[in-house]
Design a protein around this ligand. Structure first.
Ligand code: FCB
Length: 498
């Protein structure tokens, strides 16, 4: 397969069709059950890494979760209600009528969960801090008891040699702020910055990396646009555009607050799920069209954050509904970041180059296009190549993290109690090979966070959709590493897909 040369001669031939090293002997009956028995323990190789698929030295492997999805304990230690607590109680909002009330009970079982991370050999952990634990009303008096949970978690991680990466907002807006207007209200961005600064002041002695807001595109478009996420609103175009603006403003203000209140050397960046246009096939014209489309399709989010301006096409498309802002806002939104986090699952559109404006033609997916267990998770592992590559080409950040990647699977323990999630492993193996392709071309990807460590509350899908490396029996809270946990342990040990 052809790909254009990029980063002076670093093109690696045929990487997309290269066979993956299969783990030798894994499928041999008895040895196999021993392999995944109890914990994902002892037998991992590490010495068998396929040299040509090895990631750069120092590449960092971890897992990711978020507060509302795993913690439970929603009324413990003075936590205030969030918009997800409210949303889950509205009939028909969550597919199985569930909520994050208990979930995986990580709030009480975090030590066991950190031990699971350690057994994987994970070097990093991305978790989120629940704003309503720290400020139950969103602002005002800090709830020291709530923040103390993250103190304990961070200490436990560090004691186990795992570096904490904290996300400040993973969608659990304090309900008290939603009652004042939520992201439609400009002051929510200021409140967020105050909260971010307070957390950085307290945890900044041990947490060196902060993600600001997780997936602005998701929580704004789904929560305020089509209403399938909390707070369940369907705003008209002008109010929606203003809410988007407040989210990116919150990002910029929080970058500044963390720099002001955290220790010197604290690193900060977003974790955005950009829409990634893919070239229908790899010739320079389509590749260029895909890059152009990616810039345009993210105009309200990553593009304005990286460039400090909304694209002309975005503003023209909105006309009178365009957001109200001034030059100062744009400068804040584009506050320099230390890294760009990319959550990458499914591709955006495939495109062809086009003579006609806007320079690309968006293609519709045929009905037969494959997807993973979640229908939204259409399968295109090459998105792990194109996402960081487009970002590197468009905005030249010094560091990129894949802040989330993973897949749902219809996981069910077998008669022997094990979960053989071969589809998840297929997905991950191919995604990692494509990510590797990016690193060989010099795209500065520094680490990868697999979503997720544990099965958890998957928003509007409830608990039926499982994304974990570790199966959670919600009735007993028993954790059982799936086969993919053994796979990921091997990936980490080899620093290469397994
Ligand atoms: C991402 C979210 C994360 C999880 C995964 C499956 O969009 O950030 O919380 O739901 O999808």
């Amino acid at each position: 397969m052809f790909t254009e040369t990029w980063h002076a001669g670093c093109y690696v031939e045929g990487v997309t069709s290269r066979a993956h090293p299969t783990r030798r002997g894994l499928l041999a009956g008895a040895a196999f059950s021993t392999f995944i028995a109890r914990e994902v323990a002892a037998q991992s190789g590490g010495g068998d890494a396929s040299g040509d698929l090895a990631f750069p030295k120092g590449f960092r492997w971890g897992t990711a979760t978020s507060a509302y999805q795993v913690e439970g304990a929603v009324t413990a230690d003075g936590r205030g209600p969030s918009i997800w607590d409210t949303f889950c109680r509205e009939p028909g909002r969550i597919r199985d009528g569930s909520s994050g009330d208990t979930s995986a009970d990580h709030y009480h079982r975090y030590k066991e969960d950190v031990a699971l991370m350690k057994s994987l050999g994970a070097q990093t952990y991305r978790f989120s801090i629940a704003w309503p634990r720290v400020f139950p009303e969103g602002r005002g008096k800090l709830n020291a008891q709530g923040l103390a949970f993250y103190d304990r978690l961070v200490d436990e991680l560090l004691a186990n040699g795992i570096e904490p990466f904290a996300t400040l907002y993973h969608w659990d807006l304090p309900q008290a702020l939603q009652d004042k207007g939520g992201w439609e209200r400009r002051d929510t961005a200021l409140d967020f910055a105050d909260y971010a600064g307070a957390v950085a002041a307290k945890l900044g002695d041990r947490v060196k990396n902060f993600f600001t807001l997780n997936e602005m595109q998701s929580f704004i478009e789904h929560g305020y646009g089509i209403g399938i996420f909390a707070p369940g609103l369907k705003l008209p175009a002008d109010r929606l555009a203003q809410a988007r603006h407040h989210a990116v403003l919150a990002h910029g203000l929080s970058v500044q607050a963390i720099r002001a209140k955290g220790r010197a050397g604290t690193r900060v960046g977003p974790a955005e799920n950009l829409t990634v246009a893919l070239p229908a096939f790899e010739i320079p014209a389509h590749i260029q069209a895909a890059e152009l489309a990616t810039r345009e399709l993210n105009a309200a989010y990553l593009t304005v954050m990286m460039e400090g301006r909304y694209t002309d096409a975005y503003l023209a498309g909105l006309g009178a509904d365009a957001p109200k802002f001034d030059a100062r806002d744009l400068a804040i939104i584009a506050s320099p970041v230390d890294f760009v986090g990319l959550n990458v699952y499914a591709p955006g559109p495939y495109v062809l180059s086009s003579e006609a404006s806007p320079g690309y033609q968006v293609l519709k997916l045929p009905k037969s296009y494959p997807h993973m267990a979640s229908t939204w998770l259409t399968l295109a592992p090459e998105v792990l190549y194109w996402a960081p590559r487009h970002v590197a080409r468009l905005w030249k950040p010094s560091d990129i993290y894949i802040s989330e990647n993973g897949t749902s699977s219809k996981d069910k323990p077998d008669k022997d109690g094990h979960v053989y999630d071969l589809d998840r492993m297929m997905y991950l193996r191919n995604c990692l090979s494509q990510l590797h392709r990016a690193t060989t071309e010099g795209v500065p990807v520094r680490g990868y966070f697999l979503w997720s460590l544990l099965d958890n509350f998957e928003w509007a899908d409830g608990y039926a959709t499982r994304f974990g490396l570790v199966h959670v029996n919600y009735a007993t809270q028993k954790r059982t590493p799936k086969l993919s946990a053994a796979f990921y342990k091997e990936v980490i040990a080899r620093n290469a897909p397994a």
